[in-house]
Design a protein around this ligand. Structure first.
Ligand code: NAD
Length: 356
C-alpha cells in the first residue's frame, strides 16, 4: 500500500483510467479517488457502475482544460497525487480531426499543470505530492525490424498528430519539473488491451467483428509490429512508479510482446474458434486487407528494463493469456458492448448531464 491518501485521476472513465480506478478501489490503494472526466465519446460511466455507492469514489464531469474547475477540485479534495490519463487517444481520429488532439492533449495538459503548480506551491507538505503523466511509446516514432527497442533516452520523433500532441504534453511536464520543481513522473507505455476498451481499437474491433461474422480489416500488409501489454499490468506499473520512482524521472512500460498486426488478428480468430466455435466458419477467412493508414508507423518496441530493474515491476500476463482473458471478458459483457455501440449510453448522458 502506498503512503498517499487521495488521488485525482483525470480521464478515469476511459479504458485505462477506468481499469486503474477500479483496481485502486479493489486493492485499497488509496482512501479516496476523485475522477475528473469530460465524458467524450470514449468515456463511459457504465464501466464504473460498481462504484456508485463507494464513499471513497467521487465522479466529476469536467475538462482538464478548465483551470478554475481543476483549482476548485484541488482545494476541495486536497489530493496528494494526480494521475493524468485524460486525452484524445485514437490515431485514426487524430488524422481526420487533429485540432481536438491539440486542444485536449497539449493545451489541456498545460492548463492542468498550471492549476496543479499553483495548488502544489501552497501545500504545507509539497514533497509528498506527485503528478504522474500517462503517455505513449508513439512519441519515439517508428523502428525498422532490426533497430533496438525504444529506451528512456531515445530521442522523440512523433509521426502522427496524436503522437505529436502527446510528445508536446510530455515536454510540458518535463519543463514544469525542470523550471518549477513540480514533482512529476512520466510513463511511456506500449499498446494496451483488456476489458472495457472502446471497440474502435484493434483488439476489441476484431473480437466483436469476428463474433458477428463481419470482415476483419487489417491495414496494409499486416506486418506493422506493436508491443502489447495487458491493461492491468499497465495499472500496476503506474502505481509502482507513482509510489517508488524518483521525482522527475521517466519510465518506459511494455509487455515484451512484439506482434505483427496480422498475427494478433489470426490469434484472436484461433482463440475464438476454440472458445466459441461457429460451425462452418473458420474466422481467419474473415480477414480482409485494406488501404494502409497514412504515415503508418512500421514498428514500435519498448525496452522496459529500467522499470523492472529499478522498481521490480513484472507483467503478470503473457500476450496469449491476456488475450484469452480479454476475449472471455467481451463474451461475458454483451450489455456493456451494446450500450457503447448503440448510442443508448449517449442518450443516457443527454438525460443526466444535459449534453452529449
Ligand atoms: P480513452 O480514449 O479510452 O479514454 C480517454 C478518457 O479521457 C475518456 O474517458 C475521455 O472522456 C477523457 N477525456 C478526453 N478529453 C478530456 C478532457 N479534455 N478533460 C477530461 N477528460 C477528458 O484512452 P485510453 O486508451 O484509456 O488512454 C488513456 C491515456 O493513456 C491517454 O493519455 C493515452 O495517450 C495513454 N496511452 C494509451 C495507450 C493505449 O494503448 N490505449 C497506450 C499508452 C498510453
Amino acid at each position: 500500500k502506498g503512503d498517499r491518501k487521495t488521488y485525482l485521476v483525470t480521464g478515469g472513465a476511459g479504458f485505462i483510467g477506468a481499469n486503474f480506478v477500479l483496481k485502486a478501489r479493489q486493492q485499497n490503494w488509496v482512501e479516496r479517488i476523485i475522477n475528473l472526466d469530460k465524458l467524450t465519446y470514449a468515456g463511459n460511466l457504465q464501466t464504473l457502475a460498481s462504484l456508485v455507492d463507494d464513499p471513497g469514489y467521487v465522479f466529476v464531469r469536467g475538462d482538464i482544460g478548465n483551470q478554475e474547475l481543476v483549482s476548485y477540485l484541488l482545494q476541495q479534495y486536497q489530493p496528494d497525487a494526480i494521475v493524468n490519463f485524460a486525452a484524445e487517444s485514437h490515431v485514426d481520429r487524430s488524422i481526420v480531426n487533429p485540432g481536438q488532439f491539440i486542444h485536449t492533449n497539449v493545451v489541456g495538459t498545460f492548463d492542468l499543470l498550471e492549476a496543479t503548480r499553483k495548488y502544489w506551491q501552497g501545500l504545507a507538505n509539497p514533497e509528498q505530492f506527485r503528478f504522474l503523466h500517462v503517455s505513449t511509446d508513439e512519441v519515439y516514432g517508428s523502428l525498422d525490424r532490426t533497430d533496438p527497442a525504444f529506451s528512456e533516452t531515445t530521442a522523440y520523433a512523433p509521426n502522427s498528430p496524436y503522437a505529436a500532441s502527446k510528445a508536446a504534453a510530455d515536454h510540458l511536464v518535463r519543463a514544469y519539473h525542470h523550471t518549477y520543481g513540480l514533482p512529476t513522473l512520466t510513463t511511456n507505455c506500449s499498446n494496451n488491451y483488456g476489458p472495457f476498451q472502446f471497440p474502435e481499437k484493434l483488439i476489441p474491433l476484431m473480437i466483436l467483428n469476428a463474433l458477428e461474422g463481419k470482415p476483419l480489416p487489417v491495414y496494409g500488409d499486416g506486418q506493422n509490429i506493436r508491443d502489447w501489454l495487458y491493461v492491468e499490468d499497465h495499472c500496476d506499473a503506474i502505481y509502482t512508479v507513482l509510489n517508488n520512482a524518483a521525482i522527475g524521472t521517466t519510465y518506459n512500460i511494455g509487455g515484451e510482446s512484439e506482434e505483427a498486426n496480422i498475427d494478433v488478428v489470426t490469434l484472436i480468430c484461433n482463440l475464438l474458434d476454440e472458445i466459441k466455435p461457429q460451425p462452418g466458419l473458420e474466422r481467419k477467412s474473415l480477414i480482409t486487407f485494406v488501404t494502409d493508414r497514412p504515415g503508418h508507423d512500421r514498428r514500435y518496441a519498448i525496452d522496459c528494463r529500467k522499470l523492472k530493474q529499478d522498481l521490480g515491476w513484472q507483467p503478470q500476463e503473457s500476450f496469449k493469456s491476456g488475450l484469452r482473458k480479454t476475449i472471455e471478458w467481451y463474451l461475458a459483457n454483451g450489455f456493456w458492448i451494446e450500450q457503447v455501440r448503440s448510442g443508448a449510453y449517449q442518450d443516457w448522458l443527454q438525460q443526466n448531464y444535459g449534453q452529449r
